[in-house]
Design a protein around this ligand. Structure first.
Ligand SMILES: C[S@@+](CC[C@H](N)C(=O)[O-])C[C@H]1O[C@@H](n2cnc3c(N)ncnc32)[C@H](O)[C@@H]1O
Length: 280
């Protein structure tokens, strides 16, 4: 953990409307990969599933489609705002098997034993990801599924290199490091599962590439910076005046369009394993 980690406690990205839009863009890019990860994990009809750090519910709803009408999925998050949005979406999709509960992923208790615990883009935000995976494994029945997906932020890049992308990548990564968070959790998942006492996980991955100024990924790059702006400033990485958050995305897209840049969105890896059939 970085020396400056004491500067930040809690979640770095907040739950503003722009942050909800950033998560929606992320889900568009990684929706297919998320389906493949849940599928490889074995999330299937009739299962009882929890989605930890569910945010606005994309993974919760994807899991609900996997488990069908005979299964159930509960989404858990400690922030009220994304949960409101998630509940609305589940209602709109008439998914009656889905519920949402407010709670901390490290202390939340399910009403009944689960077949699977999943979570996307949550471990990187937790000070002790191994403890979270240990906790997830305790919540499932023997032989149950533990599945987490996360991102490797250092793998994001473009050709040609764009000055605004290079700068913003540096700001975001340095901020997370100073906050004591992992910037490359995607590549650490196997080690985290091992440290949590689980078997070697099955891994699935995606790093979508897009071309030009209209790429979806530019709004995620801009959202990373604007959503974490209070923490960027608090950790002393840079200032709002240098970032220019109101015009940041527009300037980034203009640079991308001017150079017909190809954006390599960051690698996301999904890991899954089954808990032992008998507890040691
Ligand atoms: C980056 S978002 C990911 C949301 C969702 N899983 C997705 O993939 O779109 C992380 C979410 O985890 C929640 N979160 C962070 N720390 C948490 C904790 N200790 N307990 C419960 N939720 C937490 C945040 O409120 C946020 O909604």
């Amino acid at each position: 953990m970085d020396d400056d980690a004491h500067l930040v406690v809690g979640y770095v990205l907040g739950s503003t409307d722009p942050e909800m839009a950033r998560l929606a863009a992320t889900s568009r890019l990684y929706g297919a990969m998320t389906g493949a990860w849940l599928d490889a994990a074995g999330v299937g009809p009739g299962m009882r599933v929890a989605d930890l750090g569910c945010g606005p519910g994309d993974v919760t709803l994807a899991a609900a489609r996997c488990v069908g009408p005979t299964g159930s999925v509960v989404g858990v998050d400690d922030a009220a705002r994304p949960l409101d949005r998630a509940r609305r979406r589940a209602r709109d999709e008439h998914l009656e098997t889905v519920t949402f509960e407010q709670g901390d992923v490290l202390s939340w208790e399910p009403a009944e034993p689960l077949d699977a615990v999943v979570g996307r883009f949550i471990l990187m935000h937790l000070p002790d990801p191994v403890a979270a995976v240990v906790r997830a494994a305790e919540l499932v029945r023997p032989g149950g599924i533990v599945a987490f997906a996360d991102v490797a932020l250092t793998t994001r890049g473009s050709l040609p290199e764009l000055p605004l992308l290079t700068a913003s990548k540096g700001w975001f990564i340095e901020t997370l490091r100073r906050a004591g968070r992992s910037v490359d959790m995607a590549l650490r998942l196997a080690a985290v599962f091992h440290a949590a006492g689980l078997p070697d996980p099955v891994l699935t991955s995606a790093a979508p590439a897009e071309r030009g100024g209209d790429a979806v990924g530019w709004s995620i790059v801009a959202g990373d910076v604007t959503s974490s702006l209070p923490v960027i400033e608090r950790t002393g990485v840079t200032t709002a005046a240098e970032i220019g958050p109101d015009t940041f995305e527009q300037r980034l897209r203009a640079q991308a369009a001017a150079h017909d840049a190809v954006l390599l969105n960051p690698l996301v890896v999904g890991a899954s394993a089954r808990t032992p059939l008998s507890r040691a």
